[in-house]
Design a protein around this ligand. Structure first.
Ligand SMILES: [Zn+2]
Ligand SMILES: [Zn+2]
Length: 424
């Protein structure tokens, strides 16, 4: 991080009118010295194949996650075990400051257009063919011999990521969180919503994300102002306050690394159209402890639903760059404190030296409610982070109840109402 240099006065300073010139634009970033080396981190779980995967102790195939333990459990012999943490089993870590080029997990590879979401598995128990639509689930029971078949191979359809972060918040805990969230907002909630509220219908969903490390440099430039004098002219209603300020051109350079930035990898979820859905809710329950993600095993998803990734590295790069620039601006905040009238950034430049991309399935408990009013439909969600139990959501509001409350109780309540609207 750069330190604050002694301010240098820019041309045209000391005036109440600022006509400071726009700083010269940054030249485009120099071409990389060596072409960025793309590399792949192999994250395949070689112990597992598509089809039958058995309990290591008794060989049964009825395996699922026990969220209260965060472990896989064999429903036949109750043996519990877990896949290895991804960062312990493949080399994904290392010094982020030396990260160069674009490194992509084999489960985050580009989705090929002709890769079908529907997969046919040959049952290892009886030889029957079983169809799994990976857009919705990652396993199925053979209807002939009752073995459970799972999809574990990283075929390029976006269905099998590099890692999975198992649910540790149970269904009961999620129901309680959602009920508590809605209860706090009951007074102004739409009556139909209150009547139909059934938090037990919450669904556990594994959402696809890109988890990204980055090594970057950023430059920001603009103008900062320091107040030198304040005075008033006129009197009574015509009193006006004037300020004198020195204007400085300010620029800052920061080199930093970012660890485990989390970016949505489903185009449907990334659609933040606030008129028809409240998808943005899900981003408010971040962060996840992605460092605890484990190697893929489709049994973690048994009993849950999942969404398939449909966004590649190229699709999500603009979102990453946007997040990195926000971090850069935050990093220079302390060094611009002396500019007491603020700094207006006019130019920003990001140089990405290296990135590492891993696709992960992250656990979310989701309660959804379709609400229609005056012919306009809107899906409201209450989401619970499947690891931290952080809850956020949207509840349809009864405008009549809001209005009645603000008319009877006056401004104090109105303030409350505004606060409520802001969170709902
Ligand atoms: Zn067993
Ligand atoms: Zn079979």
């Amino acid at each position: 991080m750069s330190t604050l240099p002694p301010p240098e006065e820019a041309a045209g300073q000391r005036s109440t009118e600022h006509t400071a010139a726009v700083p010269p634009p940054y030249p485009p970033p120099p071409p990389p010295v060596a072409p960025a080396q793309n590399a792949t981190v192999d994250t395949r779980n070689e112990r597992l194949d598509d089809g039958i995967n058995r309990c290591p102790r008794c060989g049964a195939t009825d395996i699922q996650l026990r969220p209260s333990a965060g472990m896989l459990v064999c429903l036949f012999c109750r043996h519990e075990w877990a896949e290895a943490r991804l960062d312990e089993s493949v080399t994904t870590s290392g010094d982020l400051a030396s990260l160069r080029g674009t490194i992509i997990g084999s489960g985050a590879a580009d989705i090929s257009a002709d890769a079908n979401a529907v997969i046919t598995l040959k049952c290892g128990g009886c030889g029957a063919e079983v169809i799994v639509n990976t857009a919705e689930q990652m396993g199925a029971r053979c209807h002939w011999c009752r073995h459970v078949l799972t999809v574990n191979e990283q075929i390029p359809n976006g269905a099998v990521p590099d890692a999975v972060l198992p649910f540790t918040v149970t269904h009961d805990q999620a129901v309680a969180k959602i009920a508590e969230f809605a209860a706090k907002r009951r007074t102004f909630a739409d009556r139909t919503f209150v009547r139909e509220f059934t938090p037990e219908n919450v669904v556990g969903v594994y959402m696809p994300y890109m988890v990204v490390d980055a090594n970057v440099s950023a430059d920001v430039a603009g103008f900062g102002e320091i107040e030198t004098r304040r005075f008033t002219r006129g009197s009574g209603d015509n009193k006006e306050t004037f300020y004198d300020a020195d204007v400085y051109s300010v620029d800052r350079h920061v080199d930093f690394t970012a660890d485990d930035l989390t970016i949505e990898a489903s185009s449907e979820r990334a659609n933040m159209n606030a008129a028809v859905n409240t998808n943005n809710i899900i981003n408010t329950i971040l962060p996840f402890d992605t460092e605890n993600a484990v190697k893929w095993n489709a049994s973690y998803l048994t009993g849950f639903t999942s969404e398939k990734r449909d966004q590649d590295v190229a699709h999500t790069t603009p979102v990453l760059e946007h997040q990195l620039l926000s971090i850069a601006r935050a990093q220079v905040v302390a060094s611009i404190a002396p500019y007491d009238r603020g700094v207006r950034w006019e130019q920003e430049r990001l140089q990405v030296h290296g990135t590492r991309w891993l696709a992960m399935c992250l656990p979310v408990w989701l309660y959804s409610y379709y609400h229609e009013k005056n012919g306009e439909g809107m899906v409201h969600y209450i989401a619970v982070n499947g690891r931290t139990a952080e809850v956020m959501g949207s509840v349809p509001v009864s405008k009549a109840r809001l209005l009645a409350a603000s008319l009877t109780a006056g401004t104090v309540l109105e303030t409350l109402v505004v606060a409520f609207l802001a969170v709902s």
